[in-house]
Design a binder for this molecule. Structure first.
Ligand code: NAD
Length: 324
């Protein structure tokens, strides 16, 4: 039986992770430390809120005393907590630097001070920068080259995590994952935003000419990979997790329009994001070879299921869609 501190567990990926973990390890005890920013939502976990092996603590990962008191009772920390939206980081990077960098440092310091607690850092493929169309995919050896305040803050956090391994022998692992989609994603991100706009009869805003390419992975495939890294990954190592699913933004838009039986007239091309990275793509052969992990949920099926979920859960998104 393990005692796990999950940070940012009221957000999109973290809440799906807690649900996934407790389903597979019902005897483990999870404490979810979350500040409940605009993106944190306890409704994401309403189905397990009465589980005696689950506990919620509202607080900031930058608060050392709080973090230290929780880490004392912990065998494993999984750090999802972050400011996660690139567009917000372009408008104001302050909270990104505080939470993503200082918050990670506080968690690492508490892990070190309490006897070297096992630590897993949830990172992103965005730390690697932007690929041209003919470049090789990102892998664990790709040098970091972050280009937005968001990805720069995540890159700095990852460097700190690795520094605590090299300097203090802290037992860490890192995963760099591509774009996630699935249920409970805050409706500022492309897939839920587009689905909800269309359900409400509004147009969808496609940046620039829609040619930017992302690799999309279902959140359950991501979380299965994280669990495998925690259980079987080599200490000190990094694992890239991807969906094997490179797709242009405009193609995703068409897929969503098709599933909802709507036409191109619902697309509105808007001014491009500043410094918009052209392409992300992940080579996950290390995770496949060492952990026997690969994504299992095909994009067409995953997208249909996700659209169904948003159709059936309008109460969930109507409550939060105007959160700032
Ligand atoms: N969404 C993606 O496609 C994606 C892809 C790869 C990696 N990631 C990484 O996965 C993690 C989770 O992403 P997400 O999409 O679930 O984000 P999210 O924005 O949905 O959730 C973030 C959660 O962190 C909490 N939080 C923010 N600041 C906090 C603080 N100071 N203290 C405690 N809690 C705080 C928020 O309240 C929220 O519940 C992030 O680290 C992100 O960088 C996301």
């Amino acid at each position: 039986m393990s005692k796990i501190l999950v940070t940012g567990g009221a957000g999109f990926i973290g809440s799906n992770f807690i649900r996934y973990w407790l389903k597979n390890e019902p005897n483990d005890q999870i404490t979810n430390l979350d500040k409940l920013t605009y993106a944190g939502n306890l409704d994401n976990l309403v189905d397990i809120s009465n589980n005696s092996n689950y506990k919620f603590v509202q607080g900031d990962i930058c608060d050392f005393d709080l973090v230290n008191s929780l880490v004392k009772k912990t065998d494993l920390i999984v750090n999802f907590a972050a400011e996660s939206h690139v567009d917000r980081s372009i408008k104001n990077s302050s909270d990104f630097v505080k939470t993503n960098i200082e918050g990670t440092r506080v968690l690492l310091e508490a892990a070190k001070n309490n006897g070297g607690i096992r630590f897993h850092q949830i990172s992103t493929d965005e730390v690697f920068g932007s690929l041209n169309l003919d470049d090789e995919k990102f892998n664990e050896k790709t040098p970091y080259d972050p280009r937005s305040p968001y990805s720069a803050s995540k890159a700095a956090a990852d460097h700190l995590v690795r520094a605590y391994f090299h300097t203090y022998n802290l037992p860490i692992t890192v995963s760099n994952c591509s774009n996630n989609y699935g249920p409970y994603q805050f409706p500022e991100k492309l897939i839920p935003l587009f689905i909800i706009n269309l359900i409400e009869g509004k147009k969808v805003p496609v940046y620039g000419n829609g040619q930017n390419i992302r690799d999309w992975i279902h959140v359950d495939d991501h979380n299965r990979g994280v669990k495998m890294i925690i259980e079987k990954g080599k200490i000190g190592e990094t694992y890239c997790l991807g969906g094997n699913n490179e797709i242009k933004n405009i193609e995703i838009t068409h897929k969503i329009l098709d599933i909802l039986s709507m036409g191109e007239d619902m697309i509105e091309f808007v001014e491009d994001r500043l410094g918009h990275d052209l392409r992300y793509a992940i080579d996950f052969s290390k995770a496949k070879k060492e952990l026997a992990w690969e994504p299992e949920i095909g994009f067409s099926q995953g997208l249909e299921n996700t659209i169904d979920w948003y159709r059936q859960n309008s109460v969930w998104w109507k409550k939060i869609q105007n959160n700032k």
